[in-house]
Design a binder for this molecule. Structure first.
Ligand SMILES: C[S@@+](CC[C@H](N)C(=O)[O-])C[C@H]1O[C@@H](n2cnc3c(N)ncnc32)[C@H](O)[C@@H]1O
Length: 394
Protein backbone atom coordinates (compact mmCIF):
# COMPACT_ATOMS: atom_id res chain seq x y z
CA UNK A 1 0.00 0.00 0.00
CA UNK A 2 2.92 2.35 0.62
CA UNK A 3 4.46 3.68 -2.53
CA UNK A 4 8.12 4.30 -1.80
CA UNK A 5 9.65 5.46 -5.05
CA UNK A 6 7.50 2.86 -6.84
CA UNK A 7 8.62 -0.09 -4.74
CA UNK A 8 5.31 -0.89 -3.15
CA UNK A 9 5.84 -1.72 0.52
CA UNK A 10 3.73 -3.75 2.90
CA UNK A 11 3.12 -2.43 6.39
CA UNK A 12 5.87 -4.59 7.89
CA UNK A 13 8.31 -3.46 5.17
CA UNK A 14 7.35 0.11 5.96
CA UNK A 15 8.38 -0.47 9.56
CA UNK A 16 11.73 -1.90 8.43
CA UNK A 17 12.48 0.98 6.06
CA UNK A 18 11.25 3.99 8.01
CA UNK A 19 11.70 5.32 11.56
CA UNK A 20 9.26 3.93 14.09
CA UNK A 21 8.38 4.96 17.62
CA UNK A 22 6.44 2.54 19.81
CA UNK A 23 5.77 0.44 16.74
CA UNK A 24 4.24 3.32 14.75
CA UNK A 25 6.04 3.93 11.44
CA UNK A 26 6.63 7.47 10.19
CA UNK A 27 5.94 7.40 6.44
CA UNK A 28 7.61 10.72 5.69
CA UNK A 29 10.47 11.86 3.48
CA UNK A 30 13.60 12.82 5.39
CA UNK A 31 12.85 16.51 4.86
CA UNK A 32 9.23 16.16 6.04
CA UNK A 33 10.35 14.08 9.03
CA UNK A 34 12.87 16.75 10.04
CA UNK A 35 10.35 19.55 9.57
CA UNK A 36 7.73 17.75 11.67
CA UNK A 37 10.29 17.04 14.37
CA UNK A 38 11.15 20.76 14.41
CA UNK A 39 7.48 21.82 14.59
CA UNK A 40 6.67 19.42 17.43
CA UNK A 41 9.83 20.36 19.37
CA UNK A 42 9.06 24.04 18.86
CA UNK A 43 5.54 23.49 20.17
CA UNK A 44 6.87 21.77 23.32
CA UNK A 45 9.51 24.44 23.91
CA UNK A 46 6.98 27.25 23.51
CA UNK A 47 4.61 25.54 25.93
CA UNK A 48 7.42 25.32 28.49
CA UNK A 49 8.18 29.02 28.05
CA UNK A 50 4.50 29.91 28.38
CA UNK A 51 4.23 27.91 31.63
CA UNK A 52 7.35 29.58 33.02
CA UNK A 53 5.82 33.00 32.33
CA UNK A 54 2.64 32.35 34.30
CA UNK A 55 2.98 34.47 37.42
CA UNK A 56 0.84 32.53 39.88
CA UNK A 57 2.59 34.04 42.92
CA UNK A 58 1.18 37.50 42.10
CA UNK A 59 -2.43 36.26 42.25
CA UNK A 60 -4.61 37.43 45.11
CA UNK A 61 -6.93 34.48 45.56
CA UNK A 62 -5.49 31.43 47.27
CA UNK A 63 -7.70 29.17 45.20
CA UNK A 64 -6.55 30.76 41.93
CA UNK A 65 -2.94 30.25 42.95
CA UNK A 66 -3.73 26.63 43.73
CA UNK A 67 -5.51 26.06 40.40
CA UNK A 68 -2.75 27.65 38.39
CA UNK A 69 0.03 25.83 40.23
CA UNK A 70 -1.85 22.59 39.63
CA UNK A 71 -2.22 23.49 35.95
CA UNK A 72 1.47 24.32 35.57
CA UNK A 73 2.76 21.27 37.42
CA UNK A 74 0.52 18.85 35.52
CA UNK A 75 1.20 20.48 32.14
CA UNK A 76 4.93 20.12 32.78
CA UNK A 77 4.44 16.43 33.53
CA UNK A 78 2.51 16.07 30.27
CA UNK A 79 5.27 17.80 28.30
CA UNK A 80 7.90 15.58 29.90
CA UNK A 81 5.84 12.51 29.04
CA UNK A 82 5.65 13.67 25.41
CA UNK A 83 9.40 14.26 25.25
CA UNK A 84 10.02 10.82 26.74
CA UNK A 85 7.61 9.11 24.33
CA UNK A 86 8.96 10.89 21.27
CA UNK A 87 12.53 9.99 22.22
CA UNK A 88 15.01 10.87 19.45
CA UNK A 89 12.33 12.53 17.35
CA UNK A 90 12.22 15.39 19.85
CA UNK A 91 15.04 17.95 19.64
CA UNK A 92 15.91 20.24 22.53
CA UNK A 93 15.82 23.82 21.16
CA UNK A 94 17.93 26.20 23.19
CA UNK A 95 17.44 29.53 21.47
CA UNK A 96 15.98 32.30 23.60
CA UNK A 97 13.65 33.75 21.00
CA UNK A 98 11.62 31.28 19.03
CA UNK A 99 8.73 31.73 16.62
CA UNK A 100 5.35 30.30 17.58
CA UNK A 101 4.72 26.78 16.35
CA UNK A 102 1.73 26.12 14.11
CA UNK A 103 1.57 22.56 15.43
CA UNK A 104 -1.69 21.56 17.10
CA UNK A 105 -1.09 18.59 19.43
CA UNK A 106 -4.80 17.72 19.76
CA UNK A 107 -3.96 16.18 23.15
CA UNK A 108 -7.62 16.00 24.11
CA UNK A 109 -8.18 13.42 21.39
CA UNK A 110 -6.21 10.77 23.23
CA UNK A 111 -8.38 11.16 26.32
CA UNK A 112 -11.52 11.32 24.21
CA UNK A 113 -10.62 8.16 22.35
CA UNK A 114 -9.10 5.95 24.99
CA UNK A 115 -9.99 7.25 28.44
CA UNK A 116 -13.39 8.91 28.39
CA UNK A 117 -16.76 7.26 27.96
CA UNK A 118 -17.22 6.23 24.30
CA UNK A 119 -20.97 6.74 23.98
CA UNK A 120 -20.73 9.86 21.82
CA UNK A 121 -17.41 9.05 20.25
CA UNK A 122 -18.46 5.73 18.76
CA UNK A 123 -22.10 6.65 18.18
CA UNK A 124 -21.74 6.71 14.39
CA UNK A 125 -19.35 3.81 13.74
CA UNK A 126 -22.18 1.60 12.45
CA UNK A 127 -22.90 4.13 9.73
CA UNK A 128 -19.56 3.48 8.08
CA UNK A 129 -20.16 0.84 5.37
CA UNK A 130 -18.32 -2.47 5.76
CA UNK A 131 -18.30 -3.82 2.22
CA UNK A 132 -14.74 -3.10 1.06
CA UNK A 133 -11.45 -4.99 1.32
CA UNK A 134 -9.42 -2.10 2.61
CA UNK A 135 -10.09 1.27 4.13
CA UNK A 136 -8.07 4.38 4.97
CA UNK A 137 -8.96 6.64 7.91
CA UNK A 138 -7.57 10.10 7.19
CA UNK A 139 -6.57 12.36 10.09
CA UNK A 140 -7.36 9.49 12.45
CA UNK A 141 -6.20 11.37 15.58
CA UNK A 142 -5.75 8.87 18.39
CA UNK A 143 -7.29 6.22 16.08
CA UNK A 144 -9.99 4.74 18.30
CA UNK A 145 -12.60 4.79 15.55
CA UNK A 146 -10.26 3.03 13.12
CA UNK A 147 -9.22 0.54 15.79
CA UNK A 148 -12.82 -0.36 16.70
CA UNK A 149 -13.73 -0.60 13.03
CA UNK A 150 -10.82 -3.02 12.49
CA UNK A 151 -11.88 -5.06 15.51
CA UNK A 152 -15.47 -5.35 14.28
CA UNK A 153 -14.40 -6.18 10.70
CA UNK A 154 -11.43 -8.57 10.85
CA UNK A 155 -11.60 -9.26 7.09
CA UNK A 156 -11.03 -5.59 6.16
CA UNK A 157 -7.49 -4.13 6.16
CA UNK A 158 -7.75 -0.92 8.14
CA UNK A 159 -5.14 1.81 7.58
CA UNK A 160 -5.15 4.87 9.80
CA UNK A 161 -2.96 7.90 9.41
CA UNK A 162 -2.34 11.27 11.00
CA UNK A 163 0.39 13.91 10.83
CA UNK A 164 0.36 14.15 14.62
CA UNK A 165 2.86 11.68 16.12
CA UNK A 166 1.85 12.47 19.70
CA UNK A 167 -1.45 10.63 19.87
CA UNK A 168 -0.36 7.70 17.71
CA UNK A 169 2.92 6.96 19.47
CA UNK A 170 1.13 6.83 22.83
CA UNK A 171 -1.03 3.98 21.59
CA UNK A 172 1.21 0.93 21.91
CA UNK A 173 3.78 -0.31 24.45
CA UNK A 174 1.96 1.34 27.33
CA UNK A 175 1.35 -0.40 30.62
CA UNK A 176 -0.51 1.62 33.24
CA UNK A 177 1.02 4.82 31.88
CA UNK A 178 -0.04 7.85 33.92
CA UNK A 179 -1.56 10.62 31.82
CA UNK A 180 -2.95 13.97 32.95
CA UNK A 181 -5.81 15.64 31.17
CA UNK A 182 -5.18 19.27 32.11
CA UNK A 183 -8.01 21.69 31.42
CA UNK A 184 -8.13 25.44 31.25
CA UNK A 185 -11.78 25.83 32.23
CA UNK A 186 -12.55 23.10 34.77
CA UNK A 187 -15.92 22.74 36.45
CA UNK A 188 -14.22 22.68 39.85
CA UNK A 189 -10.77 23.58 41.04
CA UNK A 190 -9.59 20.03 41.59
CA UNK A 191 -10.74 19.05 38.08
CA UNK A 192 -7.97 21.19 36.63
CA UNK A 193 -5.82 18.12 36.34
CA UNK A 194 -7.41 14.72 35.80
CA UNK A 195 -5.21 11.70 36.21
CA UNK A 196 -5.72 8.54 34.15
CA UNK A 197 -3.88 5.28 33.73
CA UNK A 198 -3.61 3.92 30.24
CA UNK A 199 -2.66 0.45 29.05
CA UNK A 200 -2.43 -0.28 25.33
CA UNK A 201 -5.24 -2.14 23.59
CA UNK A 202 -4.48 -5.55 22.06
CA UNK A 203 -2.72 -5.44 18.71
CA UNK A 204 -4.95 -6.38 15.76
CA UNK A 205 -3.71 -8.21 12.65
CA UNK A 206 -5.71 -5.95 10.31
CA UNK A 207 -4.99 -2.56 11.91
CA UNK A 208 -2.19 -0.47 10.38
CA UNK A 209 -1.64 2.95 11.96
CA UNK A 210 1.10 5.24 10.62
CA UNK A 211 2.23 8.87 10.75
CA UNK A 212 2.14 10.75 7.46
CA UNK A 213 1.16 14.05 5.93
CA UNK A 214 -2.08 14.04 3.97
CA UNK A 215 -0.66 16.51 1.47
CA UNK A 216 2.59 14.70 0.68
CA UNK A 217 1.93 11.01 1.44
CA UNK A 218 2.51 8.61 -1.41
CA UNK A 219 0.01 5.79 -1.12
CA UNK A 220 -1.65 3.30 -3.43
CA UNK A 221 -5.37 3.58 -3.98
CA UNK A 222 -7.95 2.35 -1.47
CA UNK A 223 -11.46 0.89 -1.81
CA UNK A 224 -12.86 3.09 0.90
CA UNK A 225 -11.70 6.34 2.53
CA UNK A 226 -13.05 7.86 5.73
CA UNK A 227 -12.59 11.48 6.70
CA UNK A 228 -13.57 11.63 10.34
CA UNK A 229 -13.62 15.23 11.66
CA UNK A 230 -10.82 16.03 9.26
CA UNK A 231 -11.76 17.84 6.03
CA UNK A 232 -12.96 20.95 7.82
CA UNK A 233 -9.79 21.59 9.85
CA UNK A 234 -7.35 21.56 6.93
CA UNK A 235 -5.84 24.59 5.29
CA UNK A 236 -6.95 25.01 1.65
CA UNK A 237 -10.52 24.96 0.47
CA UNK A 238 -12.81 21.93 0.60
CA UNK A 239 -12.60 21.35 -3.16
CA UNK A 240 -8.81 21.17 -3.16
CA UNK A 241 -8.84 18.87 -0.12
CA UNK A 242 -11.57 16.56 -1.32
CA UNK A 243 -10.17 16.29 -4.80
CA UNK A 244 -6.76 15.43 -3.30
CA UNK A 245 -8.27 12.84 -0.94
CA UNK A 246 -10.05 11.26 -3.87
CA UNK A 247 -6.77 10.77 -5.71
CA UNK A 248 -6.24 7.91 -3.17
CA UNK A 249 -9.57 6.28 -4.04
CA UNK A 250 -10.03 3.40 -6.49
CA UNK A 251 -12.48 3.80 -9.34
CA UNK A 252 -15.60 2.22 -7.89
CA UNK A 253 -14.47 3.10 -4.39
CA UNK A 254 -16.50 4.89 -1.74
CA UNK A 255 -15.93 7.83 0.58
CA UNK A 256 -17.36 8.47 4.04
CA UNK A 257 -17.42 12.01 5.39
CA UNK A 258 -18.04 12.41 9.10
CA UNK A 259 -17.86 15.86 10.63
CA UNK A 260 -19.54 19.16 11.16
CA UNK A 261 -22.68 19.95 9.22
CA UNK A 262 -21.35 23.50 9.03
CA UNK A 263 -17.84 24.64 8.23
CA UNK A 264 -17.21 27.71 10.35
CA UNK A 265 -14.64 29.92 8.76
CA UNK A 266 -13.73 33.53 9.20
CA UNK A 267 -14.15 34.20 5.53
CA UNK A 268 -17.66 34.10 4.16
CA UNK A 269 -16.57 32.34 0.97
CA UNK A 270 -14.99 29.45 2.87
CA UNK A 271 -17.85 28.88 5.32
CA UNK A 272 -20.28 26.15 4.28
CA UNK A 273 -23.73 25.01 5.30
CA UNK A 274 -24.85 21.40 5.12
CA UNK A 275 -26.39 21.95 1.65
CA UNK A 276 -23.13 23.28 0.31
CA UNK A 277 -21.10 20.38 1.74
CA UNK A 278 -23.51 17.88 0.21
CA UNK A 279 -23.45 19.68 -3.13
CA UNK A 280 -19.65 19.53 -3.08
CA UNK A 281 -19.80 15.74 -2.71
CA UNK A 282 -22.45 15.47 -5.43
CA UNK A 283 -20.04 17.22 -7.69
CA UNK A 284 -17.56 14.36 -7.28
CA UNK A 285 -19.89 11.36 -6.83
CA UNK A 286 -22.96 10.15 -8.71
CA UNK A 287 -24.41 8.49 -5.59
CA UNK A 288 -24.42 10.54 -2.36
CA UNK A 289 -26.41 9.59 0.74
CA UNK A 290 -26.37 11.43 4.04
CA UNK A 291 -27.79 11.56 7.53
CA UNK A 292 -27.42 13.91 10.50
CA UNK A 293 -27.42 13.50 14.25
CA UNK A 294 -26.84 15.63 17.33
CA UNK A 295 -23.44 15.13 18.80
CA UNK A 296 -21.83 16.13 22.10
CA UNK A 297 -18.45 17.41 21.07
CA UNK A 298 -15.51 16.54 23.38
CA UNK A 299 -17.91 15.77 26.18
CA UNK A 300 -16.37 15.32 29.65
CA UNK A 301 -17.54 15.48 33.21
CA UNK A 302 -15.03 18.07 34.21
CA UNK A 303 -15.10 20.86 31.61
CA UNK A 304 -17.49 23.69 32.37
CA UNK A 305 -18.75 24.40 28.85
CA UNK A 306 -20.62 21.87 26.77
CA UNK A 307 -20.74 21.97 23.01
CA UNK A 308 -23.46 20.28 21.02
CA UNK A 309 -22.92 20.03 17.28
CA UNK A 310 -24.94 18.89 14.33
CA UNK A 311 -23.02 15.95 12.88
CA UNK A 312 -23.21 15.17 9.18
CA UNK A 313 -22.43 11.71 7.80
CA UNK A 314 -22.14 11.34 4.03
CA UNK A 315 -21.59 8.05 2.23
CA UNK A 316 -20.64 8.70 -1.38
CA UNK A 317 -20.12 6.23 -4.24
CA UNK A 318 -19.57 6.22 -8.01
CA UNK A 319 -16.67 8.57 -8.20
CA UNK A 320 -16.33 10.84 -11.21
CA UNK A 321 -12.65 9.96 -11.15
CA UNK A 322 -11.43 12.55 -13.66
CA UNK A 323 -12.14 15.15 -10.95
CA UNK A 324 -9.70 13.68 -8.42
CA UNK A 325 -6.46 15.65 -8.50
CA UNK A 326 -3.41 15.34 -6.28
CA UNK A 327 -2.46 18.48 -4.41
CA UNK A 328 0.95 19.81 -5.44
CA UNK A 329 2.99 21.46 -2.74
CA UNK A 330 3.91 24.13 -5.28
CA UNK A 331 0.26 25.20 -4.86
CA UNK A 332 1.06 26.39 -1.33
CA UNK A 333 1.22 30.12 -1.41
CA UNK A 334 0.52 33.11 0.74
CA UNK A 335 -2.52 34.79 -0.67
CA UNK A 336 -2.29 38.52 -0.18
CA UNK A 337 -5.72 39.95 0.41
CA UNK A 338 -7.48 42.50 2.58
CA UNK A 339 -7.32 40.20 5.64
CA UNK A 340 -3.56 39.79 5.29
CA UNK A 341 -3.09 43.51 4.76
CA UNK A 342 -5.04 44.24 7.97
CA UNK A 343 -3.14 41.58 9.93
CA UNK A 344 0.15 43.01 8.71
CA UNK A 345 -0.74 46.48 9.95
CA UNK A 346 -1.99 45.10 13.27
CA UNK A 347 1.15 42.98 13.89
CA UNK A 348 3.48 45.82 12.94
CA UNK A 349 1.69 48.20 15.28
CA UNK A 350 1.72 45.73 18.20
CA UNK A 351 5.34 44.78 17.45
CA UNK A 352 6.53 48.39 17.52
CA UNK A 353 4.68 48.97 20.77
CA UNK A 354 5.58 45.71 22.52
CA UNK A 355 9.30 45.95 21.81
CA UNK A 356 9.43 48.60 24.57
CA UNK A 357 7.61 46.46 27.12
CA UNK A 358 9.23 43.94 29.45
CA UNK A 359 7.21 44.43 32.63
CA UNK A 360 3.94 46.00 33.91
CA UNK A 361 3.48 49.59 32.67
CA UNK A 362 1.04 52.33 33.67
CA UNK A 363 -1.41 53.82 31.18
CA UNK A 364 0.63 57.05 31.08
CA UNK A 365 3.88 55.18 30.37
CA UNK A 366 2.17 53.26 27.56
CA UNK A 367 0.83 56.53 26.14
CA UNK A 368 4.26 58.09 26.16
CA UNK A 369 5.64 55.11 24.19
CA UNK A 370 2.89 55.64 21.64
CA UNK A 371 3.71 59.34 21.44
CA UNK A 372 7.34 58.58 20.66
CA UNK A 373 6.82 55.53 18.44
CA UNK A 374 3.88 56.78 16.37
CA UNK A 375 4.03 60.55 16.71
CA UNK A 376 0.59 60.86 18.39
CA UNK A 377 -0.37 63.95 20.34
CA UNK A 378 -0.65 63.48 24.10
CA UNK A 379 -4.47 63.29 23.95
CA UNK A 380 -4.55 60.83 21.09
CA UNK A 381 -1.87 58.70 22.73
CA UNK A 382 -3.95 58.21 25.90
CA UNK A 383 -6.94 56.97 23.86
CA UNK A 384 -4.81 54.66 21.74
CA UNK A 385 -3.01 53.36 24.84
CA UNK A 386 -6.37 52.44 26.42
CA UNK A 387 -7.40 50.60 23.25
CA UNK A 388 -4.06 48.87 22.89
CA UNK A 389 -3.94 47.75 26.52
CA UNK A 390 -7.44 46.35 26.45
CA UNK A 391 -6.78 44.53 23.16
CA UNK A 392 -3.48 43.06 24.28
CA UNK A 393 -4.84 42.06 27.70
CA UNK A 394 -7.91 40.43 26.18
C1 LIG B 1 -10.24 17.46 14.54
S1 LIG B 1 -8.99 16.25 14.57
C2 LIG B 1 -9.92 14.78 14.34
C3 LIG B 1 -9.17 13.53 14.67
C4 LIG B 1 -9.96 12.23 14.64
N1 LIG B 1 -10.43 11.91 13.31
C5 LIG B 1 -11.10 12.27 15.62
O1 LIG B 1 -12.26 12.33 15.19
O2 LIG B 1 -10.83 12.25 16.81
C6 LIG B 1 -8.14 16.49 13.04
C7 LIG B 1 -6.92 15.62 12.85
O3 LIG B 1 -6.35 15.89 11.57
C8 LIG B 1 -4.94 15.80 11.70
N2 LIG B 1 -4.27 16.51 10.59
C9 LIG B 1 -4.20 17.84 10.39
N3 LIG B 1 -3.48 18.11 9.28
C10 LIG B 1 -3.08 16.91 8.77
C11 LIG B 1 -2.32 16.53 7.64
N4 LIG B 1 -1.79 17.44 6.82
N5 LIG B 1 -2.11 15.22 7.43
C12 LIG B 1 -2.63 14.28 8.26
N6 LIG B 1 -3.36 14.59 9.35
C13 LIG B 1 -3.59 15.88 9.61
C14 LIG B 1 -4.67 16.40 13.07
O4 LIG B 1 -3.39 16.05 13.55
C15 LIG B 1 -5.82 15.86 13.89
O5 LIG B 1 -5.49 14.67 14.52
Amino acid sequence: MFNYKNNILTYSQLKENFSTINDIPFFLSEADYNFLSFRVSLYIKNEEIKLKNIQSSSLELKSSRKRIELYKASKLKVLNRLKGTLKNFFIELNQERLPQSDFNPYLELFFKDWLWDQEDNLSYIDQIPTDSKNILFLGCGAARMAYEYAKKNPSIDVYATDINPINLTLLFNQNKTKLFDVVKHPKELDKTSNKFEFSSPDKLENFYPFVSDFYTMDLQKFDHIVSNWFLDILPNDINTNLSHALSFLNDGGQFTYIGLANFYNKSLEESFTQDEIIETFQNYFADTKYSTQNFNYLNTEYVSQKRQEQLLIINAKELKSQKAKRFQSSQIKLRFNQDVANKKMEFQTYGNFLKHIDSDLSLEACASILEKEFGFSNNEAINYAKLMISKINS
